[in-house]
Design a protein around this ligand. Structure first.
Ligand code: 0PR
Length: 398
């Protein structure tokens, strides 16, 4: 069969909602297009049953702000000084939240871009080519992409019994070719916080850049009752990833990258001769002003008080889930630090499948700490946690 025919056949099968797979010659009235979109949207699942995601429904004010700034492009800020000013305000607020009011940075497209850029800056600053970075074994897979993109060896340090990075393992992996150390404040799978204070000491001792990945934890840790030392208040911390599109309740793709000072940012700049600003530090050229506006709107509207309340709600859900799990004989791998729970169940992949059959979207963690992974975001309710526990109990006794 010819390649084109093959593609047509596949497209026919895939397009269950009745869209055509080829670009039409004639216009289709807007209401018909919208009808297709509405039918299509119904095929997406609903957040009510999501226990696997670090994203959530954006706050209504974020949606309004996003809509208002939809056509703005922060890649050419001179054309959009209004939204460029909002981005500066957001960076100032984030810097202050993270213990460094003079921090510099920008609104990226999420944790992956922020991590790439932080390590790229560290590599450029260090002048080390073909070097290595030392990350915890629990690091997000974006660091594997970084190794590939920046031709750096990614050395993975072991975890301790509490699933934090083991410092002696980190020490054994650092050498004169190390361009950066990474600590995680809110690991993807366990919500654990690495010993950032000790990593900061190590980074200063070796004169290497310490990057903290707080893509998830950045909007959680400042609002917990328990306090951690993890941000720019530690002198070794040079950059932080913090994602407004996760616990920040902003719209996708709002990501955040902050550097302790301008010199770190300079290591990312390229010349942009014909644009309204002569230099650019971001990875993408064209980038969403809407995401920056949405972040600004939520941070202003909720204030610290609102975030404390939202995080408090998620932690309540977490306690409720863990208490209920223990009642049916299921224990967490660690006592949750934030609203991420890893439950020890037999055959996690099978349990996950059975739960998916019951419309629960859950995920699992990697070996050697295979477990059922649940994230309690603001879209979850106590009632749904109870329904989930009932189903979990039934699945486990099948
Ligand atoms: N760093 C950490 C600590 C993360 O948890 C994540 C994503 C990233 C970096 C990368 O962020 P971006 O995905 O914004 O580039 N953590 C989630 C995860 O992998 C992302 C996610 C969100 C996945 C929603 C699925 C989902 O439905 O689980």
């Amino acid at each position: 069969m010819k390649h084109r025919d093959q593609i047509r056949q596949i497209a026919k099968k895939v397009n269950k909602s009745g869209q055509r797979s080829e670009m039409r010659e004639k216009a289709l009235p807007a209401d018909e297009v919208m009808a297709i979109l509405e039918r299509t949207r119904e095929r997406d699942y609903s957040y009510d049953r999501f226990l696997s995601t670090m994203c959530t429904r954006p706050h209504p004010i974020a949606i309004k702000a996003h809509d208002m700034f939809l056509e703005t492009n922060l890649g050419d800020p001179g054309l959009f000084p209004g939204v460029a000013g909002l981005e500066e305000e957001v960076v100032r607020m984030l810097g202050e939240l993270l213990g460094c009011p003079l921090a510099r940075g920008y609104i990226s497209t999420g944790g992956t871009e922020s991590n790439i850029q932080a390590i790229r800056a560290a590599k450029n600053e260090s002048g080390k080519c073909g070097g290595n970075i030392v990350v915890p074994a629990s690091a997000h897979f974006s660091f594997d992409k970084i190794g590939d993109l920046l031709s750096l060896e990614v050395r993975k340090a072991e975890l301790d019994s509490q699933l934090r990075v083991d410092l002696s393992s980190v020490e054994s992996l650092i050498d004169e070719h190390t361009a950066a150390l990474v600590g995680i404040a809110g690991t993807t799978e366990f919500g654990q916080v690495d010993p950032i204070e000790e990593l900061s000491d190590l980074a200063l001792e070796w004169g290497v850049h310490l990057h903290v990945d707080a893509a998830f934890g950045g909007f959680v840790l400042p609002f917990l009752d328990r306090s951690f030392a993890w941000d720019f208040s530690l002198p070794g911390v040079k950059s932080i990833t913090i994602d407004p599109h996760k616990m920040g309740l902003a719209t996708i793709p709002a990501g955040g990258l902050l550097f302790r000072n301008q010199e770190c940012m300079n290591a990312l700049e390229t010349e942009t001769h014909y644009l309204t600003k002569a230099r650019q530090a971001s990875l993408t050229g064209t980038r969403s002003g809407a995401a920056a506006a949405a972040t600004y709107a939520v941070m202003m509207h909720l204030g610290r008080e609102g975030f404390r309340e939202m995080v408090g709600y998620c932690m309540d859900l977490t306690d409720h889930l863990v208490r209920g799990a223990k009642e049916i004989g299921v224990e967490p791998l660690i006592e949750p630090v934030m609203n991420v729970v890893a439950l020890r169940v037999p055959e996690p992949s099978k349990v996950r499948e059975r739960l998916m059959d019951r419309d629960w979207h859950v995920s699992i963690t990697r070996e050697p700490n295979r477990a059922l992974r649940l994230i309690l975001m603001g879209h979850m309710s106590h009632e749904n946690v109870d329904l989930f526990l009932k189903d979990l109990k039934e699945v486990l006794s099948e």
